[in-house]
Ligand binder design. Structure first.
Ligand SMILES: [Zn+2]
Length: 251
């Protein structure tokens, strides 16, 4: 068939109309930036499990930054650029640099999510990153303050906001694989707690899934995500997928 065939031309026209209609209703792939690396976790594996797991159900075009080594202190070159978050629909923070305390560096990171900035998903040790800093900018962005965790165990997850669009339809009786319970010292005022787990030490319930409104930017967080087994759990991948979609304004 010649490329000039009216049949083929008609088909191409129909296809192009179909794809522009799909784009118009929001079916274009999400552009996501995953920032990972640092201490205490198998981040190469987690990055693979997260990106491949999410893409089972949602079309996401990932950019993965795994820099800074495996220590507790690093400043990665990405954040040298004040526009580092521009051009992405959502940024996923799954990094672990507790002893990095440089205030200018931390403020440049947070500024990427400030007013009119890029939405975020924050996972596990992101909550203990920049823990050594005296400024609270990062913790206000996260929506929770945590500085320590309980022992590893399999923790039951109680959904407390089942109607919230980020969790509507989520498995109601999930028990995590072996993971750490982060002790939440403070829930910031713009945070909505979506699920909690009890400490095995004193039965106190701690937020384990939440959303935050950071200067008008959506943030979705979970303190789970320590072990490889958690990242192998389809329910955890489902949780992150929901969080990603909600943060990016797709639900
Ligand atoms: Zn951990």
């Amino acid at each position: 068939m010649s490329p000039r065939s009216p049949l083929l031309a008609g088909l191409l026209l129909a296809l192009s109309a179909f794809f522009s209609a799909s784009t118009a209703v929001g079916a274009a792939p999400l552009k996501a930036l995953l920032i990972t690396g640092g201490c205490c976790h198998n981040y190469a594996f987690q990055a693979q499990a997260l990106t491949e797991g999410v893409n089972q159900t949602v079309a996401v075009q990932w950019t993965v930054i795994n820099e800074g080594g495996r220590g507790t202190r690093a400043q990665i070159p990405l954040y040298d650029n004040p526009d580092w978050a521009k051009g992405y629909d959502v940024v996923v923070h799954n990094e672990c640099f507790a002893d990095t305390a440089d205030e200018g560096y931390i403020r440049r990171i947070v500024a990427g999510h400030g007013k009119g900035g890029t939405p975020a998903v924050v996972i596990h040790c992101a909550m203990h990153s920049y823990r050594a800093a005296t400024i609270d900018d990062w913790r206000e962005f996260l929506g929770v303050t945590s500085r320590r965790h309980d022992h590893q165990s399999r923790y039951p997850v109680k959904v407390v906001a089942p109607e919230h669009p980020a969790l509507a339809g989520f498995k109601p009786d999930w028990v995590t694989p072996m993971d750490e319970l982060y002790i939440i010292e403070k829930v910031w005022p713009k945070t909505t707690v979506l699920a909690v787990s009890p400490s095995e030490r004193d039965a106190k319930e701690h937020a384990v899934v939440w959303t935050n409104d950071y200067l008008g930017t959506r943030v979705f967080g979970t303190t789970y995500g320590h072990s490889d087994d958690t990242f192998r759990d389809p329910t955890f991948i489902d949780l992150l997928t929901r969080g990603l979609l909600w943060a990016a304004g797709r639900r």
